[in-house]
Structures are given as structure tokens and as C-alpha cells.
Design a protein around this ligand. Structure first.
Ligand SMILES: [Zn+2]
Length: 197
């Protein structure tokens, strides 16, 4: 499994691509698009998520997953749903076209948090849950995949609710404020420098 796999509008996955080692999770809340849908996440990602979740609990934060792996066909459905609600232009600012969604890798998680009876999907910059996550997610191998002020690079609006598992490299990316696109560029440059030396 390549935990650094780059998937975006320029680097798309084949429509038949499906990651191995997916684990099935019973959703805490039924999905709005397909109420019977189970949540699937790559196994290592789920193990690391559970560690994060249990540490967050010690601070009084209750995180859960609203979306994990999405097949190419399901991504088509999601996009169709949002196009109907918002129109094409608006929908494409936050929903990837099929094949361009890293949810298809099984390495991405959309999360929400629970406060008493309240389910918060619309994650806000200053929410204590998010402040904690921003500081600690990399310790569990996760990055905030679509950060603020990096929209030009990622091609997506700021999405504080979307995490991406990248493994150990998360620490470097966090400390140097790098998106996956920038980090991949850096790796390429370093390989190039090594080659010419
Ligand atoms: Zn997402």
C-alpha cells in the first residue's frame, strides 16, 4: 500500500481501482445519500484513527467517521447529488469528479464530532475539537489534506473535516506546512538531486 499516493484532478484512479484490506465500520449516523451504506476504511488507517479517537476522548472530544472509502461509481452518485443541490460550478469546488477523489484510495476520512446530542459536520476553524486535531493528527499519520490558503495547489476549498492518512511522513508535512502535492514535488526534486550528484 502506497500511503503517499497522490490522487487529484491531474492524477486520477482507474474506475476499477479498489484498495485491499478495507475494514467495515457500522456508521454512527445513517448516510444522507444512501442510508444503508456501510463505512469502509483501509485497515492501517482505521487502526491509527482508533488511537487518535481514544486519545481525543481523554480531552473530552468525541470524533467519528462520516465518510471513508468511496467507489468510482459512488463518487459519481455523490457528485450528481451535489450538482442537483448546488449546480455544477459550486459542486466541483468541494466534490471531486469520479477517479479524482482520494476517498477512492480508502486512505481519506471525513469526520464529525459529537457534543452531547449534537452532531457537528460543519467543522469550524476555532472549534476546540479542530484545534486539537490540527495539532495532533500528524502524530497518528494524518494530515489536514485541504488546508486554508493552499486552495490553488490542492484544487479544493479549505476542508477542515477531511483527513488523509499518509503514515510517518505526516510529521514532516505538518512541521513544514506542506500539502501532499508539495511534498511529492519535494521528493521528486530530492531524487533528482541525488541522481545528478
Ligand atoms: Zn472528504
Amino acid at each position: 500500500m502506497d500511503y503517499l499516493q497522490l490522487v487529484n484532478k491531474e492524477n486520477r484512479l482507474h474506475k476499477n481501482y479498489k484498495p485491499k484490506n478495507l475494514v467495515e465500520i457500522e456508521p454512527r449516523v445513517k448516510g444522507s445519500i444512501d442510508p444503508n451504506r456501510k463505512i469502509l476504511v483501509e485497515k492501517k488507517v482505521f487502526d491509527c484513527w482508533l488511537l487518535l479517537k481514544s486519545d481525543a476522548k481523554k480531552y473530552g472530544f468525541d470524533f467519528d467517521i462520516s465518510s471513508g472509502y468511496r467507489s468510482y461509481r459512488y463518487q459519481e452518485e455523490v457528485l450528481r447529488h451535489y450538482i442537483k443541490e448546488e449546480g455544477v460550478e459550486e459542486a466541483l469546488t468541494h466534490v471531486a469528479p469520479p477517479g479524482a477523489s482520494e476517498h477512492q484510495t480508502g486512505l481519506a476520512i471525513d469526520y464529525f464530532y459529537v457534543r452531547g446530542n449534537e452532531y457537528c459536520y460543519d467543522v469550524k476553524e476555532l472549534d476546540p475539537e479542530f484545534v486539537w486535531l490540527k495539532e495532533h493528527a500528524h502524530q497518528y499519520g494524518f494530515i489536514i489534506r485541504y488546508p486554508k490558503e493552499k486552495e490553488e495547489i490542492t484544487g479544493y476549498i479549505y476542508e477542515p473535516w477531511h483527513l488523509r492518512y499518509v503514515g510517518n511522513d505526516a510529521r514532516y508535512m505538518h512541521d513544514h506546512n506542506l500539502t501532499l502535492e508539495e511534498y511529492q514535488e519535494l521528493i521528486k526534486e530530492e531524487c533528482y538531486v541525488k541522481k545528478i550528484n
